[in-house]
Ligand binder design. Structure first.
Ligand SMILES: NC(=O)c1ccc[n+]([C@@H]2O[C@H](COP(=O)([O-])OP(=O)(O)OC[C@H]3O[C@@H](n4cnc5c(N)ncnc54)[C@H](O)[C@@H]3O)[C@@H](O)[C@H]2O)c1
Length: 332
């Protein structure tokens, strides 16, 4: 029997990531080839015409899984009955703007969209925040939607995770399916810590640690980390636009694994509400290694953390604590 369609909200749907993301969702890349979808697309009034253009293109593409389209500038209509919300819309940092000014704009957007979701989304709606500052926008959304379970509000660090995988693949010339368990800890910012101490590669001679196969600690502790941390800036320099197709693809990976589960023995990185695991302060949205089963994530516990990693985890956690204080100062 055909499944009931899932309603998926994409905010900022007329933007760059939105334009790459909605066809992926309509093709079944997010929820699988047997899951029909109804797309809910939200943008702001100045982008209404462009949003209508995206809707026209979705109709023209005649996607078999796409059972309906809601394209609107009304957050209530957009959020009504959605099972999954991918929050891509936000206020970008413009030249000359202070960090606090950008934070203030995004805090007010995420506060009001939290209420719309809380009141109108389907029960148990899963939320993924993509728009920057992603971790802190997600935290504000969680705080202002108290009836949405805190485990349902996450932010995207899967792009950073995939970037880390990409660097290892380029170095070792192995297929992506053979590499697992890289980790992104912390903030989706340049303070994030891409960690390969627990990563391994399946080889003809069994599973081997990435560190052993790469056999270049100087690269792994230096250039590898900075390349992943600064990949977003490198894309902007090359494209004169920020990453969009890789962000959209990673957002699909994040939701797919969350809903359908991670393969046994494999973990992925997700920004989730910290419970104090790994001595990270509780009460921030922090990227952790997680496994997913039955639509729920769990933080991987018990990984040994050496002194090098500890310092990097603390630095990115401190940045998030400071961002949280800045966000709260914007509320007053
Ligand atoms: N977490 C990640 O890995 C990651 C990666 C890449 C980009 N990003 C972030 O994703 C966001 C979107 O990037 P983009 O390249 O698509 O930007 P974009 O400027 O092309 O699109 C953003 C869209 O959001 C809309 N928007 C603004 N305010 C809104 C609101 N209140 N409600 C609904 N829509 C609203 C804009 O009109 C625009 O259409 C940015 O914040 C970017 O920094 C995050």
């Amino acid at each position: 029997m055909a499944k009931e369609p899932a309603r998926i909200l994409v905010t900022g749907a007329a933007g760059q990531i939105g334009y790459a993301l909605v066809p992926m969702i309509a093709r079944g890349i997010m929820l699988g080839p047997d899951q029909p979808v109804i797309l809910h697309m939200l943008d702001i009034p100045p982008a209404a015409e462009a949003l209508n253009g995206v809707k026209m293109e979705l109709i023209d593409a005649a996607f078999p899984l796409l059972k309906g389209i809601v394209a609107t500038t009304d957050p209530v209509e957009a959020c009504s009955g959605v099972n999954i919300a991918v929050m891509v819309g936000g206020f970008p940092r413009k030249e000359g703007m202070e960090r606090k000014d950008v934070m203030s704009k995004n805090v007010s957007i995420y506060k009001s969209q939290a209420s719309a979701l809380e009141q109108h989304a389907a029960p148990n709606c899963k939320v993924l925040v993509v728009a920057n500052p992603a971790n802190t926008n997600a935290l504000i959304l969680k705080e202002f939607a108290p009836s949405i379970p805190e485990k349902n509000v996450t932010c995207l660090t899967r792009l950073d995770h995939n970037r880390a995988l990409g660097q290892i693949l380029e170095r070792l010339h192995v297929p992506v399916s053979n590499v697992k368990n890289v980790i992104i800890w912390g903030n989706h910012s340049s303070s994030q810590y891409p960690d390969v101490y627990h990563a391994s590669v399946v080889t003809g001679a069994g599973e081997k640690p990435v560190r052993e196969l790469v056999a270049d600690d100087a690269w792994l502790d230096g250039e590898f980390i900075t390349t992943v941390q600064q990949r977003g800036a490198a894309i902007i320099k090359a494209r004169k636009l920020s990453s969009a197709l890789s962000a959209a693809s990673s957002a699909c990976d994040h939701i797919r694994d969350w809903v359908l589960g991670t393969p046994k023995g494999t973990f992925v990185s997700m920004g989730v509400y910290s419970d104090g695991s790994y001595d990270v302060p509780p009460g921030i949205i922090f990227s952790y290694p997680v496994t997913c089963e039955n639509g729920s994530w769990s933080i991987v516990q018990g990984l040994p953390i050496n002194e090098f990693s500890r310092k990097k985890l603390d630095a990115t956690a401190n940045e998030l604590v400071e961002e949280k204080a800045l966000a709260y100062s914007c509320l007053n």
